[in-house]
Design a protein around this ligand. Structure first.
Ligand SMILES: [Zn+2]
Length: 505
């Protein structure tokens, strides 16, 4: 089926003034101006709308995102008291079912602390409650959930208040997840894909792993994506020694949220010097030798390795491991595997140079800077201002030749591709801003490159017909809108994945 789009502003390297595009089934067969050569079965008049490659969100947790969309969203709570009222109301509505909530952030509350286990017991009338912090690296749980995971009491990160991090958190998370029925999980995954499609996202990377999800979760999501229309899903499985499991699951790499450390908000990111507001330097979950061996195993198998690394201590370890792997396997082999790192927040110039040399992709989340960067932000509270201002150096990464892929880490921050592009272009540290077209490219081509698709994310002849149609408001000229802070972001009119419409207003 040949379809002609006319009267559009088509963002294409073939012709900067293109107004028309023909798709033939799943691929683009012509880009130009006015009418197309040959016959077409359908013509769609886009009334001046902007047509761009669809976005690629390079870091998503689909089931948790869907649960947050459908479940108890605590991100809007402005106080501890409001959070507890929300838990009580949700528990009543679910008639005593499990309460899974997400998004609390005690740093913005007047009480400046999360709820306690006993407060959750009262609010839920003794029910099972699991509430993740906004960064998902710690949680508060009720006594009933703790009773179902008794090992957590002896694990690292346990506190009797019910606020759990590191190993204790991982143990209760598993139990909370297992309380989900398969039908609930499927509904959540559908909700996440539908939301992504409605925002012009044509593909996302699902970062699964034994600590953040489960093998069934990833297997079912990839099967769902193969069966039902929606954004493409690129799977990752973040497990040390996980090459075979990653392959069995159909994942592209043993990469993603394979944790070298935790997060800054939860004081679990591994730093070289202690936190400004705590008497320790966080947690290192991996050694350089473990990183090296994992990278070597993945490189030999021809799959991607990758790690979650946020603090400068964790990043130094990961970079040292990558360097040792390159010394054994050779720089060419390591580059060919195209390994990737998630977050890469506290990275210095020397580490950046190594990432560039070894062809490692930086999968970054500009919304972290928008939410937590700057002089009055959480990063400054945790690290002190001088260190906080060095975080998320997008311009330095780009200038060194590190390929950047943008993502949301949903549900840590919502899927919001234009907001993500704007956050990178309006970085709170002015010297680390990148141009809108650079950020846009990182959220389209960069995402495909990170998934080892070299030439994805461009509207040209022979490319997949994966695009989005946008209402750009007052911006009616060619090219991308400037994304000024006082202007509304473009709104999605239609999303098409390999010739198939997956969203339409
Ligand atoms: Zn993640």
């Amino acid at each position: 089926m040949r379809t002609l789009l006319v009267n559009a502003r088509v963002l294409s390297p073939e012709d900067p003034g293109a107004t028309s595009l023909v798709t033939d089934g799943a691929v683009i067969s012509w880009v130009g101006r006015g009418g197309a050569p040959g016959t077409v079965e359908a013509t769609v008049d886009l009334a001046g709308a902007l047509v761009t490659p669809a976005f690629v969100d390079a870091h998503v947790h689909a089931t948790s995102t869907g649960l947050a969309l459908q479940g108890l969203d605590l991100s809007g709570c402005t106080s501890l008291a409001q959070c507890l009222r929300a838990v009580e109301a949700h528990g009543r509505a679910r008639r005593g079912g499990v309460v899974l909530g997400h998004g609390w952030d005690e740093t913005t509350w007047p009480e400046h602390r999360p709820p306690t286990r006993l407060e959750l017991d009262r609010a839920s009338y003794g029910g099972v409650v699991y509430l993740t912090r906004v960064d998902v690296h710690s949680a508060v749980v009720s006594s009933a959930l703790l009773a179902a995971a008794p090992e957590a009491r002896a694990a690292e990160g346990y506190t009797d208040s019910g606020h759990l991090s590191s190993e204790a958190h991982h143990l209760v998370r598993r139990v909370a997840r297992e309380s989900l029925r398969p039908a609930d999980r499927r509904a959540a995954q559908r909700a996440a894909r539908d939301r992504a499609a409605a925002l012009g996202v044509g593909a996302f990377h699902e970062l699964g792993g034994p600590d953040v999800s489960s093998e069934e979760d990833l297997r079912e999501l990839l099967a769902l994506a193969a069966q039902e229309p929606g954004p493409d899903v690129v799977g990752y499985w973040g497990q040390l020694d996980g090459v075979r499991t990653a392959r069995d699951l159909g994942a592209l790499g043993a990469a993603g949220d394979l944790f070298a450390d935790g997060s800054i908000g939860s004081h679990t990111a591994c730093l070289r010097a202690p936190y400004a507001d705590a008497d320790h330097a966080g947690h290192a979950y991996l050694s350089a030798a473990q990183v090296r061996d994992h990278v070597l195993a993945c490189t030999a198998a021809g799959v991607q390795a990758g790690f979650h690394a946020i603090g400068d201590g964790a990043l130094a370890t990961v970079v040292a491991g990558l360097r040792e792997a390159a010394e054994r396997a050779g720089v060419t082999a390591v580059r060919a595997a195209r390994h990737r790192l998630e977050h890469v927040e506290m990275v210095d110039e020397a580490m950046i140079a190594t990432l560039a040399e070894l062809g490692v992709v930086a999968s970054v989340q500009p919304a972290f800077d928008r939410l937590w960067g700057g002089a009055g932000g959480m990063y400054a509270e945790r690290l002190g201002l001088p260190r906080a201002l060095t975080l998320n150096p997008f311009a330095s990464l780009a200038a060194a030749g590190v390929v950047i892929a943008l993502g949301s880490d949903a549900p840590v921050t919502p899927i919001d591709p234009w907001g993500t592009v704007r956050a990178a272009a309006r970085h709170r540290t002015a010297t680390q801003r990148v141009a809108v077209d650079v950020a846009f490219s990182a959220h389209t081509r960069g995402g495909w490159w990170a998934a080892r698709v070299d030439d994805g994310g461009l509207l040209r002849v022979g490319a997949p017909a994966t695009y989005a149609v946008w209402d750009t408001g007052t911006h009616t000229g060619p090219g991308l809108p400037a994304l000024r802070p006082d202007e509304p972001l473009p709104s999605c009119l239609r999303t098409v994945v390999r010739g198939r419409t997956v969203y339409e207003v």
